[in-house]
Design a protein around this ligand. Structure first.
Ligand code: ADP
Length: 547
């Protein structure tokens, strides 16, 4: 027997229409490429999303065709989130930090028909446009009078001129909720990038889940600053969850440095911010020497790579900001787990609470997870046994997008579970902790050493800005860890002092054999340390006992 409730398909257009109708005066504030601050309401965001949808119809785009964005976090990008997907096309967000050749590759693979870009990225577009035959229209996200005369792009359109030709009224198509809505390529550290293709259903369910109290805890009373980019994994779904809750949105545009972020937080009374650890490092690096405080910021969600304990402590103890440690990946839309305490933890000492907060957290309803050994056998949830982390759920990828030139689909699932490539423990309370990417785990004398643990200890040293731990081949132990360190500006620490710092904080056999001081650690397009590049840089390195 079927239930007798209305069967309304989950749709992305309904999110922005809801926000316009029920939170019409809710603000969306953007720092623009043009240099000024732009502000408007959800009503205007919805009107302009509809105008964009009309423009895409007029350009002759078919349902399911791809419209790419190369853009910072801002209101026009937000309109693309709703206008492109809502009208039945697929928004392909492109990470401008990828190499231009790789950008051209993903555009060809996705067969993008239209590309909308911020003027900042004109040099990239100029460099690649001749290699992108699928693209029929290049659209600059600017006013008509800001279009450069010498762009060298035939038929370059202005986004504002395009919108101005279309009505604010538009009848959104009724789409099957499993219709594709947006896509994002993983950074492709091995082989070519692969794309996750999200649907209206997966996106709306993810938006509901993200807003829950024990997840991001978003409400109409929040002012949210997503520093996490809209060009990678939909800014962790925040634009959708903000529309769903009616929260104010504050977009940083190209101003990603500590000073610009701090000023925006204060000016726009931001209560909630989201980003990767490197961004928060820049923010704290600006605040500390200038003696600054937050007046409104209450919570920050940190993920994308492991959040060092020193950062959680700084936010919590010094600035009174609660850190929510989150884990996820492109293939998971991206949220998988988020770390909030349970009732039983509230009476714990600060030190013991910290041990919980450091973990990547509990599964969100809609995602299930397990750890398995090399034979695929499920391992116990004891907080000690580590294994390969597998997930499944309503917003977890089933297969990768089969693009131009792919002979067969890539089907990653193992018995219905997606292998994350992460190695983790899960404790009896269901808190998952990542020990490593499986390719970064250091195997020494038959035991595994977590590179994340070794890095966390190094960055707790006051002179250390960044640390990356990698394994070096060793004839007796298989591998031994070394730690590459970038010092804070003007700070000093010797190799010996840093190795001494590890005493008592890690088991003797886990302590790195050496410290290598570097000016920078190579970072990938999604703000993660690129250990493969680091290994290349250190290819002639010899461990001390082998010299
Ligand atoms: P990419 O863009 O490189 O494909 P994603 O942005 O999808 O990668 O990142 C997914 C990976 O990032 C995870 O599999 C995990 O290794 C890492 N990651 C994400 N969040 C965390 C976290 N809180 N702690 C440790 N690692 C994390």
């Amino acid at each position: 027997m079927l239930g007798l409730m209305q069967n309304q398909a989950l749709s992305i257009s309904s999110l922005i229409e809801f926000a316009a109708r029920h939170h019409g005066e809710g603000e969306i504030v953007s720092r623009r490429v043009e240099g000024d601050i732009h502000r408007y309401t959800y009503i205007e965001a919805a009107q302009r999303s509809r105008q964009l949808a009309g423009a895409l119809d007029a350009l002759g785009l078919q349902m399911g065709q791809r419209v790419a964005s190369i853009a910072w976090n801002g209101y026009r990008h937000m309109e693309m989130y709703f206008g492109v997907s809502g009208s039945g096309r697929v928004l392909h967000t492109i990470n401008p930090r990828m190499h231009p050749e790789q950008i051209a590759w993903v555009m060809h693979h996705a067969q993008d028909q239209v590309v909308c870009f911020d003027m900042t990225f004109l040099p990239i577009v100029k460099a690649i446009h001749s290699k992108c035959p699928s693209v029929k229209h290049w659209v600059a996200l600017c006013d008509a009078d800001k279009l450069p005369a010498d762009a060298g792009l035939p038929g370059l359109l202005s986004y504002e001129a395009l919108l101005a030709q279309h009505a604010m009224a538009y009848a959104w198509p009724e789409l099957d909720e499993n219709t594709a809505s947006s896509m994002c390529y993983t950074s492709g550290t091995t082989g070519n990038p692969k794309a996750a293709l999200y649907s209206h259903r997966s996106t709306v369910l993810h938006a509901y889940a993200a807003a829950l109290p024990d997840v991001m805890c978003l409400s109409a009373r929040d002012s949210i600053l997503p520093v996490v980019p809209m060009f990678h994994v939909n800014a962790w779904g925040i634009p959708y969850s903000a529309a769903l809750t009616g929260a104010k949105l504050v977009f940083p545009g190209p101003g990603m440095d500590g000073k610009s972020i701090y000023e925006l937080i204060e000016q726009e009374r931001v209560t909630y911010a989201a980003g990767v650890p490197t961004i928060w490092q820049m923010l704290l690096g600006h605040m500390e020497p200038n003696g600054l405080r937050f007046s409104t910021l209450k919570r920050t969600v940190i993920g994308g790579s492991a959040c060092p304990p020193a950062m959680i402590t700084a936010f919590n103890d010094k600035y009174g900001v609660e850190v929510l440690h989150a884990w996820g990946m492109t293939e998971m839309s991206p949220l998988g787990t988020l770390c909030t305490l349970k009732n039983k933890h509230l009476g714990l000492s600060e030190g013991d609470k910290m041990k919980v907060r450091l973990k990547q957290g509990r599964a969100i309803f809609g995602v299930d997870m397990k750890i398995v050994n090399a034979e695929g056998k499920e391992l116990p949830w004891d907080g000690k046994t580590y294994g390969d982390l597998l997930v499944k759920g309503s917003w977890v990828l089933r297969e990768y997008f089969q693009g131009e030139g792919d002979a067969v689909p890539v089907l990653p699932l193992v018995d219905g579970w997606f292998p994350t490539g992460d190695v983790a423990t899960i404790d009896a309370d269901g808190y998952m902790q990542i020990t490593d990417r499986s390719k970064d785990v250091i195997k020494s004398g038959g035991e595994w050493i977590s590179s994340i643990d070794i890095e966390n200890i190094a960055v707790a040293h006051p002179a250390v800005a960044m640390a990356a731990c990698i394994g070096m081949k060793h004839p007796k132990w298989d591998e031994r860890p070394i730690v590459a360190v970038v010092k804070k500006p003007g700070a000093e620490v010797s190799r010996e002092a840093l190795l001494q710092f590890y005493q008592g904080k890690a088991a003797k056999w886990q302590i790195p054999d050496d410290v290598v001081f570097l000016d920078t650690i190579p970072m990938g397009a999604t703000g993660k340390m690129q250990k493969s590049k680091l290994r290349e840089i250190l290819k002639d390195y010899q461990l001390p006992d082998l010299r």
